[in-house]
Design a binder for this molecule. Structure first.
Ligand SMILES: [Zn+2]
Length: 463
């Protein structure tokens, strides 16, 4: 995945980008200081403005809203949008009809998500990218990460370090918008030692990375000595079990904050200081939740998101494939910002190689998730160091699953760099049409560093 790609960023001709960013961040902070009723009013205004724009300037939404008899100027944030969800397949097939005619091509920037086999291309307007950048900074500030703080980011085999970064440069770096590199994410002792040397030498105030990599790094530092303690640790892309959260917080002596960067929209949700779930910031998005069934952790919901910042190619009622567990209680921080307790499709484990290397688990999830047509969902269970057990469900009336199963196995074999021993298990069909919407990919493995993997995976029972 690359979000956004290299050419998608802001004009360097802007002489005062730092001031521009500061102004935008201060606008978000002013929003956060408003009384709740004003925030809700502004949220609804933002939603209507985006929807009216989408209706007026794109053929796709004109037809879609007309077909549904939907007047975008009357949209309400307390009522679900009466629209069918926008799927990734629709984005692939009709993306060109979703581009706003209010923008010249030169005002838009291209970015790509999805797998290499099934990429999804988006455009975003420059102002929208600047606002996303500002929201990114503000959500970072919830974790104590302020502009200019030295940050070290850990991405499997990669690190990224910046000291007093210029924001124009940071726009094109992994840490700024949580862009996740697509190259090899394997971690091993050699890489952890490289991380350690750089970490102790540069003494970053903020440590940032995948949950599983941070856990492995915390354990490695505990075993090899740790001198520097950062101000904050930020984890992204993966769930974090309570036990692994404790490992990181104990090692580094500070809180760890989870963030969620939507694969298609950018950074949209983050933990507050109470750590009771991730808040979706209403300045940047409007989210709704459709119930799909019960899990041992509580009722599960399909998440639909409307991007309130991208006017170049509006994404309305977008289904990015995220399934979540909600918390019925308002966060103890007092905020009404929508709160997601956990994500079902965030694999928290790492695949363990025979020689001790680890492969962050979400990479398997990302690798196969977008390619499903006949398969409804899959789960990987690591039985031994070279044995993967694949459990899967198929969509009703779908018979052509063999090709997709072959593709899944080939994809994972290629990622692992070896031919795995595979066993397969077809699970019962999903009984109801509602739960039939579920299409998530889970990973269960056991590694020495992942002792609580099962609890962190969201669910294991069929709905
Ligand atoms: Zn909160």
């Amino acid at each position: 995945m690359s979000w956004p790609n290299k050419k998608s960023f802001l004009p360097l001709s802007n002489r005062r980008p730092q001031r521009d960013l500061t102004i935008r961040v201060s606008q978000i902070r002013a929003f956060e200081r408003m009384p709740e009723h004003q925030q809700r009013d502004m949220h609804q205004l933002s939603l209507r403005k985006l929807l009216v724009h989408a209706y007026a300037t794109t053929p796709y939404y004109k037809k879609r809203f007309d077909d549904a008899g939907f007047d975008p100027s009357q949209a309400r944030t307390d009522c679900p949008l009466p629209l069918p969800p926008l799927t990734r397949n629709k984005l692939r097939s009709e993306g060109h009809n979703q581009l706003s005619n209010a923008f010249l091509p030169s005002d838009l920037r291209l970015y790509t998500t999805g797998t290499s086999n099934a990429p999804v291309k988006f455009q975003c307007d420059l102002n929208g990218l600047k606002n996303k950048m500002a929201l990114n900074h503000q959500l970072n500030s919830w974790a104590g990460f302020q502009m200019g703080d030295p940050v070290m980011a850990l991405w499997g085999a990669h690190t990224y370090l910046t000291m007093e970064p210029d924001w124009r440069l940071r726009l094109d770096k992994k840490s700024s918008l949580h862009r996740i590199p697509s190259s090899n994410g394997i971690i091993n002792e050699e890489i952890l030692e490289r991380f350690r040397i750089r970490y102790e030498k540069t003494r970053p105030r903020v440590l940032f990375g995948y949950s599983t990599v941070l856990v492995a790094f915390a354990l490695y530092l505990q075993a090899h000595g740790l001198r520097h303690r950062p101000k904050s640790v930020i984890a992204t892309a993966e769930a974090l079990s309570p036990e692994n959260r404790k490992i990181v917080e104990t090692a580094f002596g500070c809180s760890i904050y989870l963030q969620n960067s939507s694969r298609d929209i950018g950074m949209v949700a983050a933990e507050c200081s109470k750590h009771e779930g991730l808040h979706y910031h209403p300045w940047g998005s409007y989210v709704t939740f459709d119930p799909i069934g019960d899990t041992p952790q509580g009722p599960a919901y399909r998440l639909f998101i409307t991007d309130l910042l991208n006017y170049g190619q509006p994404l309305v009622h977008y289904d990015a494939g995220d399934c979540v567990i909600l918390d019925n209680q308002r966060c103890s921080c007092g905020s009404w910002f929508p709160l997601v307790r956990s994500f079902l499709d965030s694999a928290a484990s790492s695949y363990a190689f025979a020689d001790g290397r680890l492969q962050p688990g979400h990479r398997l999830s990302f690798a196969v998730k977008d390619d499903f047509r006949a398969l409804l969902n899959v789960e990987f269970i690591q039985k031994s160091r070279n044995h993967l057990h694949l459990r899967y469900r198929v969509r009703k009336h779908e018979t052509a699953v063999d090709g997709e199963l072959d593709s899944v196995r080939e994809t994972i074999d290629a990622m692992m760099g070896e031919h795995m021993q595979w066993t397969m298990e077809k699970l019962a069909d999903i009984p109801s049409e509602r739960s039939g919407k579920l299409s998530v990919c889970l990973l269960e493995v056991n590694t020495p560093n992942d002792r609580n993997a099962k609890q962190s995976l969201g669910y294991h029972q069929p709905f």
